[in-house]
Design a protein around this ligand. Sequence first.
Ligand SMILES: O=P(O)(O)OC[C@H]1O[C@H](O[C@H]2O[C@H](CO)[C@@H](O)[C@H](O)[C@H]2O)[C@H](O)[C@@H](O)[C@@H]1O
Length: 240
Amino acid sequence: MKDLAQTTRLLVATDFDGVLAPIVSNPASARALPESVAALRALGDLPETEVAIITGRSLEVLRRLLDPPPQWHLVGSHGAETSDHSLDLDALQPAVIKLAARLEHLVGGRPGVAIEPKPTGAAVHVRNAAPEVAQAVLTEVREGPAAEPGIFTTEGKCVIELAVVDVSKGAAITQLRADLGATAVLYVGDDVTDEKAFLALSEGDVGVKVGPGETAATVRVADPEAVATLFAELAALRKG
Ligand SMILES: O=P(O)(O)OC[C@H]1O[C@H](O[C@H]2O[C@H](CO)[C@@H](O)[C@H](O)[C@H]2O)[C@H](O)[C@@H](O)[C@@H]1O
């Protein structure tokens, strides 16, 4: 962490759900820990230090849940939307509408299952479904629309997300590093979707995995509270 703190131009990039915001059963109720937001603000106020949030959430939802300062770089929908430059999402809408209707027809209305619309597709949440319903829904989605050409699937914590574009958090990290001229990157993530971001890191960067599970990250912390501590320590080291 000391080497990272001393790099010439630092990019601090982090996932939202499960990292800044503890996991909750209703996605609309997720909120970032104030301690993490304060530490990220302190980092972002330091010279030659950039902050980025890279999330599966749409940018509209992220802004509503987090209210980030305007100087932070935001990447939403697993990389399809960014606050700096975006894909032409309007052109995708006919395919997105068709996909969302297909998912609604296939699994909509099952007890405990929620479909979250996204600018590039839709996420099917099974966290609040009985285990047998969750398993059946995931299988039907995997073997149905997810298997079709032109559909790109991301699986995460009790969620399967289908999109009409192929994007990843790894590509987002690479793009941000180049755009911002970062000499080192910190990336913090908790889910399988974050593994592509960890794999995009190189020598001198640091990947931090939050919670259990296999990972390509080199550092592990237990939970979002430990993430807040890590950000605060990094801010203090860099300021010093
Ligand atoms: O990339 P992230 O910022 O980690 O976003 C990934 C997905 O997070 C949300 O779902 C997850 O968090 C919910 C709230 O804690 C939880 O209820 C759900 O089971 C998790 O899968 C969000 O709703 C998705 O759109 C994001 O893609």
